[in-house]
Each structure stands twice: as structure tokens, then as C-alpha cells.
Ligand binder design. Structure first.
Ligand SMILES: Cc1cc2nc3c(=O)[nH]c(=O)nc-3n(C[C@H](O)[C@H](O)[C@H](O)COP(=O)(O)O)c2cc1C
Length: 191
């Protein structure tokens, strides 16, 4: 009889032990899981697109390009005027598409060109249409002279997210020209 009870106790212990082991292994696996990363960006002439694609390729991240539903003018002067009107009215212009299953991402990079000292308005549409709560948001921008409040405006627009220091790339070129020379700056920042 004693032998039977001892054997049952042993069996019970091994089941409990096995469950405990499985649970802690699950936690370890979750902790070690690589973060899922999205690089969302807006780009008019190609500079920010170059940076975004470089970051995505380095980190094995997915990409999403924020595109205003109504195209911006291809002419620089006309584009600045369109963007200025939109900014002054604090508009949220419609954008094309949406990120499929935003919930799957742990980290979201948001890349923008500086437009009138801040981010282009479609970027705020993007932020407001996607739930970034609890995610780590990392802003970056390209600009002709300085970032002004651009990175901070992205941080302010995502108050329920965590943040990491952003990156500002200054370039006097357009169309993605010369962006290759900025990849070293991106590498240092990512490191
Ligand atoms: C509508 C518009 C507004 C801009 N406003 C600024 C600005 O306020 N400050 C600045 O340094 N550069 C400004 N720029 C220059 C862009 O930020 C810069 O050329 C950027 O690298 C372009 O990025 P993209 O090629 O991804 O569009 C502006 C450009 C445009 C088209």
C-alpha cells in the first residue's frame, strides 16, 4: 500500500515539475523573442525613404509608407504652399491604406522630412489612425537646416508610447541623392 502511495506521489511531483518547467520556459522564450519592428515613414523627394529603407533592411523590419490620398504637387514651391496651408489649418488629410495588424509590432520607427518646422500633417493622421499605446516609438527626420520641434511633436503625439532618442539627418540634397553618405550616421545611432 505504502509503495502505491509513494509511486502516486512521485507521479504527481513529476507532473507538477513538468508544468512548472513548461511555464518558465514559455516566459524565457517570450523574454528572448526578437522585437517585431515597423518603420513607418513619409517622404516627398526620397531622402527620408532612403533612410527608412536602410533602417528597415538593417533591422529586418517591415515598412509602411504614409502617402496622402491626394498627391502633393511635384513642384517644390507649390508643395511648400500646399503643406503650409495644411499645417496652418492643423488638418488631418486622408492617407492611403493602413498597417495590417499594428498589434503585432513592439517597436515603431516614424520617419519624416521636416515640413514647416514639424512633421507633414499626413503623419499625424497616421499616428491617430493606429494604436501605438504601449509600443516603443522612435522618431527620425531629414531636413535642410534643422529639426525644430519635429521629433518632439511626434513624441507629444504618442503620449502612451515609450520613446528612444531620435535622429536628425541634415542634408542639402534632394531626391535621396547623397543619402548613402548618411548611412554611417544611421549605423551609429542604431548602435
Ligand atoms: C513643404 C516643405 C517644407 C519644408 N520645410 C522645411 C523646414 O521647415 N526646415 C528644414 O530644415 N527643411 C525643410 N524642408 C526641406 C526638407 O525637410 C528636406 O529637403 C528633407 O530632407 C526632404 O525629405 P524627403 O526627400 O523625404 O521629402 C521642407 C521641404 C518641403 C517640401
Amino acid at each position: 500500500m505504502k509503495k502505491v502511495i509513494a509511486l502516486e506521489a512521485l507521479a504527481l511531483l513529476s507532473v507538477v515539475g513538468l508544468n512548472a518547467c513548461t511555464a518558465s520556459q514559455k516566459e524565457t522564450n517570450e523574454m528572448n523573442k526578437d522585437p517585431k519592428i515597423l518603420v513607418a515613414y513619409f517622404s516627398w523627394s526620397g531622402n527620408t525613404r532612403d533612410a527608412a529603407q536602410y533602417i528597415a533592411q538593417k533591422l529586418g523590419a517591415d515598412e509602411f509608407e504614409v502617402i496622402r490620398e491626394k498627391d502633393y504637387p511635384a513642384d517644390y514651391q507649390a508643395c511648400t504652399e500646399d503643406a503650409k496651408t495644411e499645417k496652418e489649418a492643423d488638418e488631418r488629410p486622408a492617407i492611403k491604406g493602413a498597417v495590417e495588424n499594428i498589434d503585432q509590432y513592439d517597436v515603431v520607427f516614424i520617419g519624416v522630412p521636416v515640413w514647416w518646422y514639424t512633421a507633414p500633417m499626413p503623419v499625424f493622421t497616421f499616428i491617430e489612425q493606429h494604436d501605438l499605446k504601449g509600443k516603443t516609438v522612435i522618431p527620425f527626420c531629414t531636413c535642410y537646416t534643422a529639426e525644430y520641434e519635429t521629433l518632439n511633436d511626434i513624441v507629444k503625439a504618442t503620449p502612451d508610447s515609450e520613446h528612444r532618442d531620435g535622429l536628425t539627418i541634415v542634408t542639402q540634397e534632394m531626391g535621396g541623392k547623397g543619402m548613402g553618405e548618411k548611412h554611417g550616421q544611421i549605423d551609429e545611432w542604431l548602435a
